[in-house]
Ligand binder design. Structure first.
Ligand SMILES: [Zn+2]
Length: 95
């Protein structure tokens, strides 16, 4: 069961990395990282946009803006957060 979930997430991540991610400077990471838009975050995590904003505001996720002014999330911080969420019991908990 867990193995299947991980497989699905990995596939989604590969698709997102290939299609949607763009290397953007992340101030918090101090390097160029893959940044994804909120739509891609939702595909990956299933989290509602209102909750996403909380994570961004709380700095749980690093964020930036695209050239078009779209909010973007640092994939590195998102993956770290996902790993923590799993360790402590679920992706969908409130922060
Ligand atoms: Zn970052």
């Amino acid at each position: 069961m867990a193995r299947i979930e991980i497989k699905i997430e990995t596939d989604q991540l590969l698709i997102i990395r290939r299609r949607r991610a763009s290397k953007i400077w992340c101030r918090e990471c101090g390097c160029g990282v893959d940044m994804i838009d909120l739509k891609a975050v939702q595909i990956l995590t299933g989290i509602e946009p209102a909750i996403m904003w909380k994570h961004i505001e709380n700095n749980a996720w690093h964020s930036s803006r695209s050239h078009e002014g779209q909010p973007l999330v640092c994939l590195e911080s998102l993956l770290k957060w996902c790993a923590l969420g799993k360790r402590y019991g679920g992706l969908h908990d409130e922060p």
